[in-house]
Design a protein around this ligand. Sequence first.
Ligand code: ZN
Ligand code: ZN
Length: 454
Amino acid sequence: MENTKMIKPVYLRNRDIQTDKSNPISDYILACAVGTVVSDIKCIQRDRDLWRIYVESRESCNLLISEGFELQNKTVAVFDNNPFSAGTEKPSEDVVRITVRGIPLSVDDTCIKNMLEKLGAILTSDIKYEKIRNPNTFKMTEILNGNRFVYMKPMEQGKFLPKSSECAGLKCSIFHKGQPTTKRSILCTNCWGDDHLRFNCEYETCCKVCKNPGHSPGDKACSKYDPSPKDIIAFSGKDDVMSNFYPCDIKIFGISHASAEHAFQYSKAMRSGDLIRASSVRNAATALEAKRIGAQVTVPDHWIQQREDIMRKVLEAKFDQVIEFRDKISATGSSTLLVEAAFDDYWGSGLDKKGTMYTGMKAWPGKNTMGQILTDIGRSRRPNAPQRKQSDENHPSYYICLNEIVFSLYTYIFIFSIICISNILKMSNIHYIFFFLFYCYYYKYLNVSSCEMI
Ligand SMILES: [Zn+2]
Ligand SMILES: [Zn+2]
């Protein structure tokens, strides 16, 4: 070990890290943050606006200078000289931290390094492994969380690494500061303006449908008010069997779930490679909790294309396995539209029950994807629906009986024709065999056609 006295400290300006004055950065917080990069901190000392960080080895000192450390989600760069001394104006070279997620531990670091360099990153450190942090004590454990990170030089203005790539034939996610964030539409749920959020809204509460103040959707005052009762069934909430929040046992893809919402959110987490959240969803006490956990999953692009199909599979499983659900859907009329009266603009109508019932369907802010799927399932699986094959399965005796009649009829016609033809042509045995084989083939064709006609 080197003599501590020989190692110069690295420096920080308090003004660079102290962004929120009401919440001062303590030496302990700083120690924890620096401790994620180096493990041999000797001393952290504050002197007015200057922090001195002493480490025990030259290697750690260099590591801090070249890579900085993360504090409150920002990369902090340290000075290798006292920034208040003459001649030092800039911190050590700025670095950007890259986090790579979704790659098994068995994949070699070189693979990741090559992938990032191919994508244009100039790396300034080796690949490192993130560790699980105790959320209460903020201390790092010795257990890895599977993520790897590395530092790179800041990229040119306007350039950034893609958010996903492939390494050793596996898809992985890449994150760093400066990547464009997925644009979440900003929408105020008070006035429905799209340039601020509810908590800093300065306007009157407006109707979500017509955007005018003084009434709610479904009120007579709304310009989109529709007094005529529509042929719809609006459902919402965990007490309604139509809702995904309704507690019921559903088995899908070989796994049992406590509700359709559990099943859907579990599939979402699994397909996004988030096994920890998938397991939390399975153990969630309520559907609402499952939804909340699912909302934290970072979904890949392909999930957006898959989600409707998965929802359909979940709901079909529910239809097959939950009798009260099947009964309720089967009892709806063929022209009835099912609607999820929820504020979700993709799955639901975007309105509450009253708003949904008394607002013209075309003015609903939501797409009602969930209700549409249920309506489709109801129409195609209702007992009197025109599903021929299914009715065959449901009435095998009827099917066999009718088939036998068809078979007998065709056989009589066939034998009669053969006798007539053989009398005219004086046929040999081989011709009879040939005719019989032809008949078998022909009957099979007839059989299929008649089956479809039932
Ligand atoms: Zn607003
Ligand atoms: Zn209105």
